[in-house]
Write a protein that binds this ligand. Structure first.
Ligand SMILES: [Zn+2]
Length: 293
């Protein structure tokens, strides 16, 4: 996305504008922020037009909700690209509702991102679990996955996100780990440096949809920010927010710890956007401030 930023704006407009007009009923301009997106990236899709009563977008079976901008006939959506999305063309179907419904295809180009790969040799006992633990791991995984389909349609998040702790990254997003020769699932978030007991704040307004102690992620909080956007806070030592409660951006929701399968205190911060695992630092970029008030 950075490389594209060097192109003059006029080039974007010529190359990215998808135009569709439907017998005078609906006319539509679809304006992707950037047509090429890296794995784990986030892109803003803007749509404006006449005769629109509502907008929806779908990527495979995932809905990418549009939000009205406040100006007549103008909508915006945030599209997340999973860190394991296959590089190449990715189709998004945009559906405009007015007099009837019209579909406009949008093709994004997914660019391969070079993620770090670590090879580790550990004793075989390190990740050999008894049947009871394996059952717990399966149950907890299911519980987390179920969350992604229950997001509020209302958007609670506003403007720019804030980092939950001020520390720098100690383990990068998307890092691949190969343990004793077998590849593990990639790192779905970032690890941030923080000392035991440091305050963890909500990255934006939202609702606490999960607060529990998990085998791998320890004391964990998941916030639903609405519209399919979630943030996760793992390995906490203490909870400071109740499940089901609404929290404000910057409000303390817990304290840093080393619960779960970790070797030292830090905060694991993760983001899900329309079910895709995206780089949390994508949400800290300034563009959100003006476009999603
Ligand atoms: Zn982590």
């Amino acid at each position: 996305m950075r490389a594209l930023g060097l192109l003059p704006l006029s080039l974007y407009i010529v190359s990215l504008l998808a135009r569709a007009s439907f017998a005078g009923e609906i006319s539509l301009l679809v304006f992707p922020e950037s047509r090429a997106v890296f794995q784990g990236g986030v892109v803003v899709i803007s749509v404006s037009g006449k005769g629109l009563a509502g907008m929806r977008a779908f990527h495979r079976d995932r809905e990418v909700p549009f939000f009205p901008t406040g100006e007549s006939g103008s909508y915006r959506a945030l599209l997340g690209v999973d860190l394991e999305e296959r590089p190449g063309p990715m189709k998004v179907s945009i559906r405009a509702r007015g007099k009837g419904e019209k579909k406009v295809p949008l093709v994004m180009q997914i660019k391969k991102k070079e993620f770090l790969t670590e090879r580790l040799s550990v004793s075989a006992a390190f990740d050999r679990f008894d049947e009871k633990t394996l059952e717990r791991i399966r149950r907890e995984k299911k519980r987390i996955v179920r969350l992604w389909s229950g997001s509020s349609r209302q958007r609670w998040w506003r403007g720019r996100f804030v980092a939950p702790v001020p520390g720098e990254i100690t383990s990068q997003f998307g890092r691949r780990r190969i343990i004793n020769g077998s590849p593990r699932s990639p790192h779905g978030g970032v690890d941030l440096r923080a000392s035991q007991g440091a305050e963890v704040v909500a990255a934006n307004h939202g609702r606490v949809v999960l607060r529990d102690h998990f085998f791998f992620s320890g004391k964990s909080i998941v916030l639903d920010h609405g519209g399919g956007l979630y943030t996760m806070y793992f390995h906490l030592s203490e909870f400071r927010a109740e499940e089901g409660s609404q929290v404000r951006k910057g409000e303390v929701i817990g304290r840093v710890g080393m619960t779960g399968r970790v070797t030292g205190p830090h905060l694991h911060w993760g983001v899900r956007l329309n079910r895709a695992r995206v780089d949390p630092f994508e949400l800290l970029k300034g563009v959100w401030e003006e476009r999603f008030q």
